[in-house]
Design a binder for this molecule. Structure first.
Ligand code: CTP
Length: 398
């Protein structure tokens, strides 16, 4: 989505400038064309040499030197977007008041592209009325402000004022400026997390699924225009997001019911949950006491939600499942694709480094029912979700 986009990164004098090095690196990795402008004081925090090497372009700092004049008007017109990160309190005040004593400010004033800022400052400065007033002025100019985060600050204090993380800045600009919304008007149903099958009031059978993969898919589908319902098992993560209706369930049976309630309306369903395959036949009303040397719990099979949805699927619905395998990965994934009447199966192999439960990364291969196979490298779960949704859109909604 960022491939070929022209991005002007403005860096001001702030400790958070070290994160901009990584921001530039990520933008280049995503295929963007990047030019960096620094304020003179930003040079005290990060080196222009590092940034010019990473951006593959000379870093521009001065309005003019003895030989030449930097064409700030053309820079502002060249860019598809200008991202000022970090935005210091000082530059914020100057932008709000139209001051123009360096190249970054001159470019900002002549930019015809959208301008996004990621402020960074200490908590007290962040809460000062002049900062708030200046941010309101920037918003009134149509500039976009990426909220600061809470955490450790350069002062040694902990509070609000940290610049958003580079990944968050990329997500913000991608989502707000460069995404097409091919799923506008579509309804999506996503499952995430484990299920817990109760043994007694204090014990359950569960698994290590964190729900992160399903959450990332739900977010990505929403960003592409879908109205999303996320049915989520008892993950340790609290999750709520604008535009995503979250239904919390505990057991496989509750997940089954919620999925069937939502399925008739759903155009696209992605089953990322790690549903328990077996559940205790009986749940004790009271805590089971430690009496005998061994304990046998009889389990019965849970309903296969994906398979039951596959049996109901109509010709307009798209159904996507996962296959978590440790051996004979491709064969098992293809069997699940057929047995569950899915349109697509996403294989994660527990044998791949960085894939499976608990990791922030995943490695997938997608199989579709027409026999196509798409393999991807190990990536963050956010990027894996993009690959999955891109593939779904390409095959079914392009
Ligand atoms: N699934 C489901 N209901 C179940 C079990 C699994 O909907 N009771 C879904 C999962 O959400 C996933 C797909 O089926 O999309 C495959 O899950 P997986 O655990 O890999 O396979 P199983 O069908 O459970 O088979 P096995 O455990 O024998 O590999």
């Amino acid at each position: 989505m960022l491939a070929g986009k022209k991005i002007l990164v403005g860096i001001t004098g702030s400790i958070a400038a070290y994160k901009s090095v990584y921001l530039v690196r990520l933008l280049i990795k995503a295929g963007a064309e990047v030019k960096v402008i620094m304020t003179p004081s930003a040079k005290d925090f990060v080196s222009p040499l590092t940034l010019s090497t990473l951006s593959r372009n000379p870093v521009i700092i001065d309005l003019f030197d003895e030989q030449s004049w930097a064409n700030h008007v053309m820079l502002g017109r060249w860019a598809d977007i200008m991202v000022i990160a970090p935005l210091s309190c000082n530059t914020l005040a100057k932008m709000a008041n139209g001051l123009c004593d360096n190249l970054l400010l001159a470019t900002y004033l002549s930019a015809t592209c959208p301008v996004v800022v990621a402020p960074a400052m200490d908590e007290d400065m962040w809460h000062h009325p002049s900062t708030k007033a200046n941010l309101v002025i920037l918003e009134s100019f149509g500039n976009h402000i990426i909220p600061v985060e809470k955490g450790d600050l350069a002062s040694g204090l902990n509070g609000e004022g940290r610049m958003a993380e580079p990944e968050g800045i990329i997500e913000y600009i991608t989502t707000n400026f460069f995404l097409t919304r091919p799923l506008d008007g579509k309804k999506a149903l996503v499952t995430a997390g484990p299920t817990y099958e109760p043994i007694d009031p204090v014990r359950f059978i569960g698994n290590h699924s964190s729900g992160k993969m399903g959450i990332a898919i739900a977010k990505e589908l929403y960003h592409r225009g879908a109205a999303v319902t996320l049915v989520m098992g008892p993950s340790q993560y609290e999750f709520s997001a604008e535009g995503i209706a979250v239904v919390r369930v505990k057991t496989a049976d509750q997940m089954y019911k919620s999925c069937h309630d939502n399925y008739p309306e759903s155009d696209l369903t992605v089953m990322a949950a790690a549903v328990a395959d077996y559940t205790p036949v009986e749940t004790a009303d009271q805590k089971i006491k430690k009496k005998s040397d061994s304990l046998t719990i009889t389990l019965s099979k849970t309903k296969d939600i994906l398979k039951s949805l596959g049996e109901k699927k109509n010709s307009k619905q798209v159904l996507v499942g996962f296959a978590l395998e440790t051996n004979d990965e491709k064969k098992n994934a293809l069997e699940k694709l057929a047995k569950k009447n899915a349109d697509m199966i996403i294989l994660n192999s527990m044998m791949d480094a960085g894939a499976g439960f608990g990791y922030d990364t995943n490695k997938i291969t997608i199989f579709d029912k027409s026999g196509q196979e798409f393999s991807f490298d190990t990536k963050s779960k956010t990027d894996v979700a993009k690959d999955i949704v891109d593939t779904i859109i390409r095959l079914y909604y392009a």
